[in-house]
Design a protein around this ligand. Structure first.
Ligand code: RTP
Length: 155
């Protein structure tokens, strides 16, 4: 499916409160950077319950919804936008399966997490949702356009 891939595809990646509190912002950023993705937005936020309920609106009828919102509302979240070839799908692969027990070693969750309810990171699951999530978490001027000299010829 190379024809549908865009080098400017963007995905929303967040380090959840447990990831921030465990000091895992660095390793998580590092995996996206060293893979070749470009960081175009980043901030530390405590967005509050209402915002988190919007972010997880699709899951509002799930039995774990209230627990999920209180987990996500438990401290700062590091919100980011990463850009590059097939960023959404490859971003999910870098994070690993939702349930860390099923995540392969070498993925973020496969290396740093054990529990579904404390899985340290979030990544958009489709290009459409990535657009919605970026618009929810960032204001227009917060997502930067910049050119890395390196990206011209190394990727
Ligand atoms: P995320 O949105 O956080 O990247 O996770 P995901 O797409 O891989 O998984 P999703 O089904 O959207 O679930 C969102 C988050 O809810 C928590 N969860 N708990 N059965 C449970 O207890 C359960 N299922 C999901 C996880 O934190 C999951 O990442």
């Amino acid at each position: 499916q190379t024809s549908t891939m865009s080098s400017s595809e963007q995905t929303f990646i967040a380090v959840k409160p447990d990831g921030v509190q465990r000091g895992l912002i660095g390793p998580i950023i590092s995996r996206f950077e060293t893979r070749g993705f470009k960081l175009v937005a980043i901030k530390l936020v405590t967005p509050g319950k209402e915002h988190l309920e919007k972010h997880y609106a699709d899951l509002k009828d799930k039995p774990f919804f209230a627990g999920l919102i209180s987990y996500m509302n438990n401290g700062p979240i590091c919100a980011m936008v990463w850009e590059g070839l097939d960023a959404v799908k490859t971003g999910r692969a870098i994070l690993g399966a939702t349930n860390p027990l099923a995540s392969a070693p070498g993925t973020i969750r496969g290396d740093y997490a054990l529990s579904m309810g404390r899985n340290i990171c979030h990544g958009s699951d489709s290009v459409e949702n990535a657009k919605k999530e970026i618009a929810l978490w960032f204001k227009e001027g917060e997502v930067l356009k910049w050119k890395s000299a390196m990206h011209d010829w190394t990727y």
